[in-house]
Write a protein that binds this ligand. Structure first.
Ligand SMILES: [Zn+2]
Ligand SMILES: [Zn+2]
Length: 566
């Protein structure tokens, strides 16, 4: 009836395949801090641990015979390597013709952008692909590949998107352009994040940062990506710190779409830490920004960043979905459903598979909260199916968790026996462990310990309970103020600018303490501070904007932000 076994098996196979390349990557060594900051440009071209990524190597030793690349890709490479026409008349004619072709191709790219903004994705991509063959200037080709990357990411075709990003990297290496390299690495990081390769995503993000000036838009997006990866890995302080970086950059360069995404990230963070109010606050901040972007309030000021930054209005969908999720947690199910349906509708119109799957999952959460377990389960099944088709392990994991909660509800109502929940949670545990989602692993272990208890298997119950407890200790989510844990049950939280999280009451006590002898310092790191982290109400005063001149001194800074501001 539930029909999930097929896709889960696929997931396991994929996992073992990934494991192999994982070991060869050995990315843990890199992440352990073994790589110093004095990396030269040439060393940066290599993979984290020094040897190239298998895919990179494949691209280097490119042969025309390789059949895993389509004719489209072959043309790309042909063109890049084509010799310049010589000075003979024939050559002159060819040069002229090529120039015309190039101009035509550039026009096609622009038409593609227009089409994409009108939600005609298929047509846009067709235009872009035909332009890809004729476009000569590598900078233009790089930008075009960025558009194609975005389109394929929207469609949930992450493997294809990876190929486009690798091609971008190839061009950036040829031109030896650090900003382009930064953008390529960022794109690689984002695709790997969706595929559940979180450690690898972090490694690529780090490479991106080495190549990027500190305060550029691309750097902002890298910090945002790093933040959301840490969110999955349950590294909440690190996530906060990255979001803070991204927020600062967004304010400095006046990039509203980046700012919006930071709020979506913060809302998700507080939602996972069970502070529903804060989650809702940040979600509505994101939604307000998305509304003003939609209405074009910011149009006059930042025309370029609006036009290309919110290509196909994907940030609006993200904001809608975050609102739905936050409202659901607040128990405002009717409103949540409205926001969610709108997000689903827009995702379908724009062919955005990831948002679609996620919105179906959130709709499942809403039904579950309404105690309509059967309907909820069907939603989760659909979401799981489409996540599996995309290879999106993050969404797969989230929807499996929803389904597991449904099964748990049915089990507790004695409507089903213990077998199916046991089997399902065991699979979910595998997926969550392979991704490294520690918070979810803990939840699943606790669920498993309850099921084993019902089955009378005390050894297994104890085992899972012990591991869950150890995980909780590893996560180190203890309030510096009172020492008791936060994030495991509903509570009001605050964070300090050093990105340490405390209970709200403990934070207020430290900051507003009347005792003048006692310094107002973070109990975790001793950093003195007199304000809260990104406080919803006073965030505008909290940060002195970084002068734009830092950025404008580097002419490359803005030239490639277009495709990166997703
Ligand atoms: Zn506390
Ligand atoms: Zn601190």
């Amino acid at each position: 009836m539930f029909g999930t076994s097929v896709f889960v098996e696929g997931g396991v196979n994929r996992r073992s395949a990934r494991k192999m390349s994982w070991e060869s990557l050995n990315s843990h060594d890199f992440l352990g801090g073994g790589v110093s900051h004095q990396l030269s440009a040439t060393r940066l071209l290599s993979s984290p641990e020094g040897s190239r990524h298998p895919l990179d190597g494949f691209e280097r030793s490119w042969t025309w015979g390789a059949d895993s690349f389509s004719s489209l890709h072959r043309d790309t490479y042909m063109e890049v390597r084509a010799p310049r026409p010589n000075i003979f008349t024939w050559g002159c004619f060819r040069a002229c013709r090529t120039k015309i072709h190039h101009t035509l191709a550039k026009r096609k790219v622009e038409q593609g952008v227009k089409l994409y903004n009108q939600h005609k994705q298929q047509q846009a991509v067709r235009k872009w692909k035909s332009a890809l063959k004729a476009i000569r200037k590598r900078e233009d080709k790089f930008e075009l590949l960025g558009y194609l990357y975005l389109a394929y990411m929207d469609w949930g075709k992450y493997r294809d998107a990876l190929e486009f990003a690798h091609k971008q990297l190839y061009i950036s290496e040829e031109l030896d352009n650090p900003n382009m390299r930064a953008e390529s690495y960022l794109n690689l990081a984002r695709a790997h994040q969706r595929l559940g390769g979180l450690e690898r995503a972090l490694a690529y993000a780090r490479h991106s940062l080495y190549n990027e000036c500190e305060q550029c838009v691309t750097a902002g997006h890298v910090h945002l990506t790093v933040g959301s990866v840490y969110l999955e890995l349950a590294g909440f302080n690190k996530a906060l710190d990255s979001f803070q970086h991204a927020h600062r950059i967004a304010q400095a360069v006046h990039d509203s779409s980046l700012e919006l995404q930071v709020y979506v990230g913060l809302s998700e963070l507080f939602s996972r830490l069970q502070d529903g109010d804060k989650s809702a606050k940040y979600a509505s901040k994101a939604y307000d920004l998305s509304r003003s972007l939609q209405l074009g309030d910011l149009n006059s000021r930042h025309h370029r960043s609006l036009q290309l930054g919110d290509l196909n209005s994907r940030h609006h969908r993200a904001a809608l979905l975050q609102m739905a999720s936050a409202l659901r947690k607040q128990g405002e199910l009717g409103d949540a459903q409205d926001y969610c349906s709108e997000a689903t509708r827009l995702a379908l119109v724009s062919g955005d598979q990831a948002t679609y799957a996620r919105s179906i999952r959130i709709m499942g959460d809403i039904y579950r909260k309404k105690c309509d377990i059967n309907k909820a389960f069907r939603q989760y099944e659909t979401a799981m199916g489409s996540a599996a088709a995309m290879g999106d392990r993050v969404i797969q994991m989230e929807s499996m968790d929803g389904a597991a909660r449904c099964l748990e509800a049915l089990r507790l109502q004695h409507k089903i026996c213990n077998c199916r929940p046991l089997e399902f949670n065991t699979r979910l545990l595998e997926v969550a462990s392979s991704v490294g989602a520690k918070l979810l692993v803990r939840t699943v272990r606790i669920r498993l310990s309850r099921i084993y208890h019902a089955l009378g298997d005390e050894d297994q119950r104890l085992h899972h309970e012990r591991v869950a407890l150890r995980l909780q200790q590893d996560l180190d989510m203890n309030c510096g103020g009172c020492g008791s844990p936060y994030g495991f049950e509903r509570d009001s939280l605050e964070a300090l600018p050093c990105a340490h999280i405390l209970h709200a009451r403990c934070a207020y006590e430290i900051l507003r303490g009347k005792n003048k002898k006692k310094k107002k310092a973070c109990p975790d790191c001793d950093k003195v501070s007199s304000k809260l982290y990104l406080n919803c109400n006073d965030y505008n005063n909290t940060y002195s904007p970084i002068p734009l001149s830092i950025c404008s001194s580097d002419s490359h800074c803005t030239s490639h932000q277009a495709t990166s501001s997703v």
